[in-house]
Design a protein around this ligand. Structure first.
Ligand code: ADP
Ligand code: 5GP
Length: 213
């Protein structure tokens, strides 16, 4: 067991608000942050790499993982199943590494209510406006018009859960949001709960005090 307890850093937002972009920047900032690679039954998009962006699995494979208790959380989103495999997360936080999750509000809620809930840091990203959200989805150039329309329709459902998160950021200027994100993570790493070694340190301070007497 490491000196510090890793954080489960959850990033949620309506699709297109900037989660993946900011998750990438966070990992460039601190390569020690592990990324939870979700399993999904959806088809890979052009450029997505199996095992890096997602584990692309069949529905029976996904359901077997859930039945075996191998998923920390799972949800049905846009007609596909998504879930966070438990093993790699537990391994990383036992080593004192933080784990970053790009998951929806249902997954965030399940992790918050799990045994690891006290080690979570949840952040919700809001777009500056709905027209800007649509512009970003279109500009990403990954989805056809019907998929974009479906994602836009589902946006309000995701946004309506904004008030269940520890922090909420309006992702207008990307650099500003990135700085805010780093500040939040740096501060949360100093929570008493994330620093179990403090008990030992305070014990040492106490014995130094007693030697003074
Ligand atoms: P999500 O992962 O939330 O679906 P992405 O990170 O893929 O969203 O971002 C959607 C698109 O918007 C991408 O093309 C990305 O480059 C762009 N984008 C993200 N954040 C901003 C921002 N603050 N300003 C302008 N464009 C942004
Ligand atoms: P996409 O298909 O655009 O990659 O993801 C669609 C939505 O599913 C996003 O809101 C994303 O955050 C969410 N998602 C991705 N992986 C997981 C997961 O493992 N669990 C949950 N609950 N949601 C996920």
């Amino acid at each position: 067991m490491a000196d510090r307890r890793g954080l489960l850093i959850i990033l949620s937002s309506p699709s297109g608000a900037g989660k993946s972009t900011l998750a990438r920047r966070m990992r460039d900032w601190d390569p020690g942050i592990a990324f939870s690679v979700s399993s999904t039954t959806r088809a890979p998009r052009p450029g997505e790499v199996d095992g890096k962006d997602y584990h692309f699995v069949t529905e029976p494979e996904f359901k077997a993982q859930v039945a075996n208790g191998d998923m920390l959380e799972h949800a049905h989103v846009f007609g596909n199943f998504y879930g966070s495999p438990r093993g790699p997360v537990q391994h990383a936080i036992d080593q004192g590494r933080d784990v970053l999750f790009d998951i929806d509000w249902q997954g965030a809620q399940q992790i918050r209510n799990s045994a690891l809930g006290q080690h979570t840091l949840s952040i919700f990203l809001l777009p500056p406006s709905i027209p800007e959200l649509r512009k970003r989805l279109e500009g990403r150039g990954q989805d056809d018009a019907a998929t974009i329309a479906r994602r836009m329709q589902r946006s309000w459902d995701e946004i309506s859960h904004w008030d269940g998160y520890d922090f909420v950021l309006v992702n207008d200027d990307l650099d500003v949001t990135e700085t805010q994100l780093k500040t939040i993570v740096a501060a949360t790493r100093l929570r008493r709960l994330q620093q179990p070694e403090l008990t030992e340190h305070v014990r040492k301070l106490q014995s130094e005090f007693e030697e003074l007497a």
